[in-house]
Every structure is written in structure tokens, then in C-alpha cells.
Design a protein around this ligand. Sequence first.
Ligand code: FES
Length: 105
Amino acid sequence: MIWHKFKIPEQAGVFSIDIAGKKLCLVYQSGQPHIMSSKCPHAGADLSQGWCEEGKLICPFHRHAFDIRSGRGNPGQGNYIKTYPTKEENGIWYVGIVKPWWHIF
Ligand code: FES
């Protein structure tokens, strides 16, 4: 896993961020960042255009909801989004991204 720096937003909300060539979604709530895939598995909407409600990221297209910690979709949706680990060291935040195995060669 490679840890990439990212900047904490100045206020709570849902944001789009680019990390290592990936467009990801950053949800900043209660002083805690959560980073996840920005592509909705239902029909491909950009989840960074959505909003956060009671710990769930809501898709702006058809309102599928995903837990911001686990990425799990609400019961009945049958889907999920990928989430990425974050850590803070000396005031700097990092997100961990696994390098795909085909990058080894
Ligand atoms: S595209 Fe996200 S719920 Fe349909």
C-alpha cells in the first residue's frame, strides 16, 4: 500500500479529490475524513456531487446510500463502494492506496 498526502477541507462536506491519478470522493464530517470511490455502482453517477446524511453518502442520481466507513450500500441495494484507509501523522493526512499487481511488472 502506498500512502498519499491529501488536504483536509476547511469545512464539512462532500468533495472530489485527485489522488495518484484516481478521482475519489472525500467526505469530511465531525473532523474526520472518509475517502471512497467517486463512481456510483448503480449507474455511474459522480458521488462527489452527492451529500452526506447520518453517516451515509447519498448518490445525487437515484439516492442510493452508502455507509461512509464501510462503503456498504443500504439493505436492498445490493451494492457497495470501495473505501480507502486514512491516517494522520504530525498534522499531515494520508490515504492508503494499494498498487494494482500489474504495476509490479
Ligand atoms: S447512479 Fe447512483 S443511485 Fe443511480
